[in-house]
Ligand binder design. Structure first.
Ligand code: HEC
Ligand code: HEC
Ligand code: HEC
Ligand code: HEC
Length: 160
């Protein structure tokens, strides 16, 4: 009984750090199989949707971008795309960090007037092109097969 009930009680205690929770659960249960199951359970919960359609809020000319999130998670690291902010500067993603919508920072208020080259970082387009399009262009240079797949073309993300 104790083995089954204990992990449940610990899981609902939100305040406890993920690593500590895992350690507590694993230590208390002392059953390797159970630890394995609990680990995958945590990871899946925090991974977000499998597919996301990104659209700028209140856009006069919306140009939705379809994003296969899960597919990217299979080959890339969370930190390739996600980050946080402190004092107006970017801070790298760390495991378990709260993940916000890009637009919650990349908007006309929070990052007003910020740019990176030609990219306006105070728009979702700037964040999206700076992250998605830049990487796709890089990848095409490295892998000709991805050029054939038109990875860097508008219609890859913005379906007609
Ligand atoms: C190729 C880029 C990319 C990678 C890699 C990636 N994500 Fe995301 N993720 C996004 C984008 C873009 C969104 C949509 C954000 C938005 O709606 O503004 C998102 C959304 C999310 C959300 C939902 C956030 C919300 O509030 O709607 C979670 C949770 C999340 N990602 C977790 C992860 C984790 C964990 C990893 C690593 C295992 C990961 N992501 C890898 C780009 C990425
Ligand atoms: C918590 C706030 C916050 C969130 C959420 C956030 N960003 Fe950022 N982002 C920043 C800050 C701050 C900077 C740095 C601005 C500057 O250089 O002055 C930045 C810079 C960038 C840059 C330019 C620098 C670089 O790394 O190339 C890109 C591109 C970018 N973000 C894309 C995204 C994308 C895509 C998402 C969603 C998956 C996202 N950001 C979510 C705060 C945020
Ligand atoms: C760090 C690199 C990187 C970033 C960032 C990135 N991608 Fe990709 N993306 C790739 C690679 C590599 C592929 C090709 C995968 C394959 O077909 O082998 C891909 C494939 C795709 C595809 C085609 C999927 C398919 O099934 O053919 C779409 C659509 C896409 N990305 C949209 C986006 C969007 C939208 C964003 C930003 C929210 C984004 N990507 C960010 C590297 C990236
Ligand atoms: C790798 C993915 C990707 C590619 C390729 C890409 N975009 Fe985007 N684009 C995005 C994302 C993500 C956004 C932000 C979300 C949105 O508004 O769709 C965006 C936003 C935009 C917007 C702003 C829409 C609005 O409502 O404000 C325009 C315009 C745009 N893109 C045009 C283009 C054009 C033209 C090309 C080809 C040169 C292109 N994009 C290629 C991902 C991409």
């Amino acid at each position: 009984m104790a083995i089954i009930i204990l992990p449940k009680i610990i899981i609902i205690n939100e305040g406890v750090n993920l690593m500590i929770r895992k350690a507590l659960v694993c230590g208390a249960a002392a059953v390797f199989l159970l630890c394995g199951l609990i680990n995958t359970g945590f990871a899946e919960d925090k991974k977000g949707p499998e597919t996301i359609t990104l659209t700028a809020t209140g856009s006069a000319k919306p140009k939705p971008a379809v994003f296969p999130h899960k597919k990217h998670q299979e080959t890339l690291k969370c930190t390739d795309c996600h980050h946080g902010a402190k004092d107006g500067k970017q801070v790298p993603y760390t495991e378990g960090m709260e993940i916000g919508k890009c637009e919650s920072c990349h908007n006309a208020k929070v990052l007003a007037g910020k740019t990176k080259g030609p990219l306006k970082l105070d728009t979702l387009k700037g964040a999206g092109h700076g992250n998605c399009l830049e990487c796709h262009k890089e990848m095409v240079k490295k892998d000709p097969a991805l050029k054939d797949k038109k990875l860097d073309k508008c219609t890859t993300c913005h379906a007609k």
